[in-house]
Design a protein around this ligand. Structure first.
Ligand SMILES: [Zn+2]
Length: 440
C-alpha cells in the first residue's frame, strides 16, 4: 500500500483527544487540518510527511481559547492597579485611551499575541478601539481571532457615530468573509456606555452579518445600581432582555452580579457567558456564580479580560481559577471538575468563536494545538492528563503552539522573528502613557 502524503506529523508520549486520552500518539496534518491521529506506529505506517516533530515526553492537547480579552491593553499592563472598576476605567484607562494611535494598538496586539502563543492559547475573542489593527496583526501572526471594534455612544478614534461604526463593521465583515482564521464579532462595549438605539441596531447588524454579539454585562454592583437608576428599576440583564439582546448569538462577558431569575432568562435564550475570574477578583467585582450557570445548562467559556485588569493573558491560570474559585464559593469540591474547566477553556471557547470544530483534536478539525513539557517537576508523576492540564500546569510549560498546522511558537522561539523589536518598542511607550496620564 502506498503512503499518503501530509505536511507534518507531530508525535508525543500523551494526548488529550476528543473526549479521551491516549499514549504514544501521532497526529498527521494536511492543509492545516488534522488528517489522521492515533497510535504513532499506525499513523507512521499510513502517512509520509515533509516535517516530523517528535516531542518525546509531552502532552499534546487542543490550544486554549481566550474567549474575552482586549489584547492591545497589554500596553497598559501595570499602569493602574488596585482600583475599583469604575474609578479604574474612568479616571485612568479612558483618559490615556483618548490618545490612542494605530501603531500603539498594533503593538499592544502583537505583544498580547506573543504572550498568548507562548502560553498555549491558539485563539482569542477581542474588542478594543481601532480594532482593525488587531485583525490585521492576527492575520499576519497566524493566530485565530474573532474581533470587533468596541462600540460606544460617544465618538471613538475609529468612528464619529453609530452609522459610521456600522459601515466599518460591514466593510470588515466583507474583508474577512472567507478567511479561515479571522472573523468579525459585534462588540457593543456595555449597556452603560451605549444607548437603547445602538444596542438594538447593533443586534440587528449582528443578525444581518451572521456574527456573534458580545457585550460586557452585569460586571459589578455599581453597574447594577446605575442600570436601576437609568432604566426604570431594571437590572442590566432585564434591561438587555427588554431590548431583545438575549439570543443564542449573544455572549455576555462577566455576569457577576445576578439574580436567579436573570440566570433563567439567559438559560432560556441560549446565550453564552464568558467567565473572567482573575479580572473579576482584581477589580473586586465579585465572584460570578459559575456553578449555578452550569447547573442551568448555560454554556460558559473562560477569558482573561485585558492585561490592564489581570495583568496577564494566562489562560492556564484562568482555567484553574475557574475550577477552584467555584469550589471555594460553593464550599463544594465537586463543582466545576477538571474536565468541565478544560472544556470551558477549549470547546466552549470555540463556540464563542462560532468555530465549533476547534477546541478538540479530531480528524477533520483545524490543527490548532499545543504541547506541554511533561519533564518538568510540577507534572510528575502523571496519573491523569486533564488533571495536570487544569491544576498542575502553567503557561510556561507550553513548548509548542500551532494554529492550522503552522508552528507559531516552539521552545523559546517565535516564528515571525519580530519579538525583540516589538518588546523594545513597547518599552518605549511607558513614558508616553505616563505623560498622557499626567496631562489630565
Ligand atoms: Zn472586558
Amino acid at each position: 500500500m502506498s503512503l499518503q502524503e501530509c505536511d507534518t506529523i507531530v508525535s508525543a508520549s500523551n494526548a488529550i483527544l476528543d473526549g479521551y486520552t491516549d499514549t504514544d500518539v501521532a497526529i498527521a496534518i494536511r492543509d492545516g487540518l488534522i488528517a489522521d491521529l492515533g497510535k504513532k506506529g499506525d499513523v507512521i505506517a499510513k502517512w509520509q510527511s515533509k516535517n516530523e516533530l517528535d516531542l518525546g515526553r509531552a502532552l499534546l492537547m487542543p490550544g486554549l481559547i481566550n474567549a474575552h480579552t482586549h489584547v492591545p491593553m497589554t500596553f497598559l499592563r501595570g499602569f493602574a492597579d488596585d482600583l475599583p472598576l469604575m474609578d479604574w476605567l474612568t479616571k485612568h484607562i479612558f483618559p490615556v485611551e483618548a490618545h490612542l494611535t494605530n501603531r500603539i494598538v498594533a503593538l499592544g496586539a502583537r505583544l498580547g499575541m506573543y504572550e498568548m502563543m507562548r502560553g498555549g492559547t491558539t485563539g482569542f475573542v477581542d474588542s478594543y478601539l481601532l480594532e482593525a489593527n488587531v485583525l490585521e496583526e492576527a492575520d499576519k501572526m497566524g493566530m485565530r481571532c474573532v474581533a470587533g471594534e468596541a462600540v460606544f455612544a460617544f465618538p471613538s478614534p475609529a468612528y464619529p457615530n453609530w452609522e459610521a461604526a456600522a459601515d466599518l463593521y460591514r466593510a470588515q465583515a466583507e474583508k474577512y468573509r472567507n478567511h479561515s482564521r479571522i472573523k468579525l464579532c459585534m462588540m457593543p462595549h456595555s449597556v452603560y456606555t451605549t444607548s437603547d438605539d445602538i444596542l438594538r441596531q447593533s443586534m440587528e447588524l449582528a443578525q444581518e452579518l451572521d456574527i456573534m454579539y458580545h457585550i460586557h454585562l452585569s460586571e459589578s454592583a455599581g453597574e447594577v445600581a446605575q442600570s436601576k437608576e437609568l432604566h426604570q428599576g431594571m437590572r442590566p440583564v432585564e434591561y438587555a432582555k427588554s431590548l431583545g439582546l438575549l439570543t443564542n448569538r449573544s455572549i455576555f462577558a462577566h455576569m457577576v452580579d445576578l439574580t436567579d431569575q436573570e440566570l433563567d432568562w439567559v438559560a432560556e435564550s441560549g446565550a453564552q457567558i464568558v467567565h473572567n475570574p482573575v479580572s473579576n477578583l482584581k477589580l473586586a467585582s465579585g465572584i460570578a456564580p459559575v456553578a449555578d450557570m452550569v447547573s442551568k445548562r448555560i454554556s460558559v467559556a473562560i477569558g482573561t479580560d485585558g492585561a490592564a485588569s489581570n495583568n496577564s493573558l494566562d489562560m492556564f491560570e484562568s482555567m484553574k481559577l475557574a475550577a477552584i474559585l467555584a469550589k471555594g464559593a460553593m464550599k463544594d469540591a465537586t463543582v466545576i471538575p477538571a474536565e468541565m474547566a478544560f472544556k470551558m477553556a477549549t470547546q466552549e471557547g470555540a463556540r464563542a468563536m462560532m468555530k465549533p470544530d476547534v477546541g478538540v483534536l479530531k480528524i477533520g478539525a483545524p490543527a490548532d494545538m499545543i504541547a506541554l513539557d511533561l519533564n518538568e517537576p510540577n507534572v510528575v508523576p502523571l496519573y491523569n492528563e486533564i488533571s495536570h492540564a487544569v491544576y498542575a500546569s502553567n503557561a510556561k510549560d507550553c513548548i509548542l503552539t500551532m494554529v492550522e498546522g503552522k508552528v507559531l511558537y516552539q521552545n523559546g522561539t517565535y516564528a515571525d522573528g519580530l519579538y525583540a523589536e516589538t518588546v523594545a518598542e513597547m518599552q518605549d511607550l511607558v513614558q508616553w502613557a505616563r505623560s498622557k496620564a499626567n496631562s489630565l
